[in-house]
Design a protein around this ligand. Structure first.
Ligand code: ATP
Length: 248
């Protein structure tokens, strides 16, 4: 489904991604784990193409020079030069870090806005699906995004991303700042999405522990480099990896 090779991203002279090879097969859940500043968001921006927008904006404003190198193949096609909107139409949808929902729009409006790429019948079916997946959102339909709890906002952010009809869903730190109970609800929902819809999912997190049970394969990023990778069982059966990264 997705194969990214030799990825290098520089913010001016600062190397944020260093020769990263990463991939996600059809219908897989792939974890990308790394500490603060390891390069997780940079990777998500680079795959979704948002980095192209950021790069152009900086260029026009005379700001920092951002350089992106490498290859990204998605469903057999090289997408490196494509704008983020083109990638979204092809099914690469990013649910960004810190949720970024529209805080002055209602839950329903947020979801409808997310469905701008969908046909009316897809939008209706996905809306029903999101409310089945996250029943907590049903009674909050009319509430504005800004008045939701962190967990509800994250459900809404994932719901909004689903409305865009992803084939590859990129979740950037969906558990950040949430209670263990809400984290468990979200982790279950991520697995249900993959199991029921077959959408491939890449999920980044600082801490691997809550997510590792549902991933098929994972990469560990350190200072912009993918230093380790393996299937869930390979990583869990490696005692060094267990204690250093998973806290188990
Ligand atoms: P976090 O968990 O804190 O979100 P992360 O793993 O997502 O971290 P990135 O946000 O990708 O990490 O950042 C990787 C490195 O690039 C960091 O050192 C960060 O300070 C730097 N960086 C990120 N964005 C920019 C930018 N626009 N300009 C300069 N440096 C940046």
């Amino acid at each position: 489904m997705l194969d990214a090779a030799d990825l290098m991203v520089f913010y001016e002279n600062m190397l944020a991604l260093n020769n990263v090879h990463i991939r996600c097969k059809d219908k897989e859940i792939v974890g990308v784990f790394g500490a603060n500043s390891a390069g997780k968001s940079t990777l998500m921006y680079t795959i979704s193409g948002i980095m192209e927008d950021i790069r152009k904006k900086e260029l026009m404003a005379g700001g920092e020079r951002i350089t992106v190198l490498g290859n990204i193949t998605y469903m057999g096609e090289n997408i490196m030069g494509l704008k983020p909107s083109r990638r979204a139409r092809k099914g690469i949808v990013l649910c960004p870090e810190r949720r970024r929902i529209f805080s002055e729009s209602s839950v329903l409006e947020n979801l409808r806005i997310g469905g701008y790429l969908a046909t009316p019948s897809q939008a209706k079916a996905t809306l029903d699906y999101v409310f089945r997946l996250f029943p907590a959102l049903v009674r909050l339909k009319k509430r504005v995004g800004g008045f939701l709890s962190g967990g509800e906002q994250q459900m809404l952010a994932i719901g909004r991303a689903l409305m865009a009809q992803p084939k590859l869903l990129l979740l950037d730190e969906p558990l950040m700042g949430l209670s263990p109970l809400i984290q468990a609800t979200l982790v279950r929902a991520i697995k249900v999405i993959r199991d029921e819809t077959g959408i491939s999912i890449m999920v980044t997190e600082q801490y691997a522990r809550p997510v590792i049970p549902i991933v098929d394969y994972a990469f560990i990023l350190e200072n912009g480099a993918a230093v380790l990778e393996g299937s869930r069982d390979e990583l869990l059966n490696n005692p060094d990896v267990r204690s250093a990264y998973f806290g188990v």
